[in-house]
Design a protein around this ligand. Structure first.
Ligand SMILES: [Mn+2]
Length: 321
C-alpha cells in the first residue's frame, strides 16, 4: 500500500534539510541519552543554519539531565506549531513516539534517523548500523558544513557515550572512537556527560540501593542472586520506581551469578521483576510469567505475596540453571 517509503543517504538527508526551513524533531518515549543528544544536537545545528527547530518528547526527561544540560529544557511535552519537515530520531518504531505518533503519521514530509532497524514508517529513512544515532547526526551535520561547537559536540557525545555503555558494550567499534576523538577535539564536555549519566546518584537512590543489597539472597550455589524492595522501603526513602532502574546490575555483577533478579513492589502485592543473565536466557524465564525482553535482559510483572512471588521465580529458574 505505502510503497513511497525510501532509504536515503547522508548526502540526500543533507539536501532535504537544505530545502526546508522549519523542523519538528521527535525523541522517543522514555528518552535515553542517544535520543536526547541526537535531537538537541540536530536542533542546534539547524538553528546555526538559520532554520527553525522544535524538539518534542511525550515523556519527561530525567531531572538530573535537565539540570546539568540546559538545552534539554527546550524539549517539549506538548506539541505546537506547523513545520516543513518532521523527523523521528533514534526511534525504530512509530509507537515509540507515544502520543505524538498520530501527528507524525499524518505529516507529509517525514524522515526517520535511526540505528535500530525495524519497519519503515517515514517517507524518508536513514537507518545506519552504527552504535548510536548521534554518529549519524554527526555525519549529517558535517555534510551540512555546520561548525560543531562545544555545545553541539557535548550533545553528540552524550548519545555516543550512553549507547555504548561508556564505550564498553559489544557495539563499541573503531568508528565510535574516531567520532569520539573528533568530538573531543570540538570541546565536548566528556567528564560531565560521564558523571551525569554513569556516576551521579541522589542520596535516596544510594540509600535505596543499600536497602536492596540488605535484602540480597542467593540460590543454586550462588548462581542466582536476588534482591527486592517493597512499597514500604520505597516510601521510607521517598523514592519512585525510576530510582530502582539500575539496581539489578548489582545482582548480576556477582561473579558466580548467572541470573540476577530485582523485584520492586509496584502496587500492593504486584511486583515488577527485572532480570539479567550471563550465558543464561532470562527472557525464557520472564516469558513464563507473561513478560519478555532480550535474552540477557528481560522483565515481567508478577502478583502475589512477596515470598510466593520469589518461590515462583526460583522454581522456574531452577528448570534451566
Ligand atoms: Mn540509540
Amino acid at each position: 500500500m505505502k510503497s513511497t517509503k525510501k532509504t536515503v543517504t547522508i548526502n540526500e538527508v543533507a539536501s532535504l534539510i537544505e530545502k526546508s526551513n522549519s523542523f519538528a524533531l521527535f525523541a522517543h518515549t522514555n528518552p535515553d541519552g542517544d535520543t536526547i543528544g541526537a535531537t538537541v544536537a540536530l536542533a542546534l545545528a539547524l538553528e546555526s543554519l538559520g532554520k527553525k527547530a522544535a524538539v518534542f518528547c511525550d515523556s519527561a526527561i530525567g531531572n538530573k539531565v535537565v539540570e546539568a544540560f540546559d538545552e534539554t529544557k527546550r524539549i517539549s511535552n506538548n506539541f505546537f506549531g506547523k513545520y516543513d519537515f518532521y523527523i523521528a530520531v533514534d526511534c525504530g518504531d512509530l509507537n515509540r513516539l507515544g502520543e505524538f505518533a498520530w501527528i507524525f503519521e499524518r505529516s507529509a514530509e517525514t524522515l526517520t534517523i535511526d540505528h535500530h532497524g525495524g519497519e519503515y514508517y517515514s517517507k524518508y529513512n536513514i537507518v545506519n548500523d552504527y552504535a548510536s544515532t548521534c554518529q549519524i547526526i554527526y555525519e549529517i551535520i558535517r555534510q551540512l558544513h555546520v561548525v560543531i561547537d562545544k555545545n553541539i559536540a557535548t550533545y553528540l557525545y552524550m548519545g555516543l557515550c550512553t549507547d555504548t555503555g561508556n564505550f564498553s558494550h559489544n557495539n563499541t567499534d573503531k568508528k565510535c572512537f574516531l567520532t569520539a576523538a573528533e568530538l573531543c577535539d570540538c570541546g565536548a564536555a566528556m567528564e560531565k556527560v560521564n558523571r551525569v549519566f554513569f556516576k551521579d546518584t541522589t542520596l535516596s537512590e544510594t540509600k535505596l540501593l543499600g536497602c536492596a543489597l540488605g535484602h540480597l539472597r542467593t540460590y543454586y550455589d550462588n548462581k542466582m542472586v536476588l534482591m527486592y524492595l517493597t512499597l514500604e522501603d520505597m516510601k521510607k526513602f521517598n523514592a519512585d520506581l525510576n530510582a530502582t532502574s539500575g539496581i539489578v546490575q548489582n545482582a548480576i555483577n556477582v561473579d558466580s551469578a548467572k541470573v540476577g533478579v530485582m523485584l520492586t513492589e509496584y502496587s500492593p502485592n504486584v511486583y515488577k521483576v527485572s532480570m539479567r543473565g550471563k550465558d543464561f536466557s532470562v527472557r525464557e524465564v520472564c516469558q513464563q510469567f507473561g513478560g519478555g525482553g532480550h535474552v540477557l535482559a528481560a522483565g515481567c510483572m508478577i502478583s502475589g505475596f512477596l515470598e510466593d512471588v520469589i518461590d515462583k521465580i526460583v522454581r522456574v529458574v531452577g528448570y534451566t540453571i
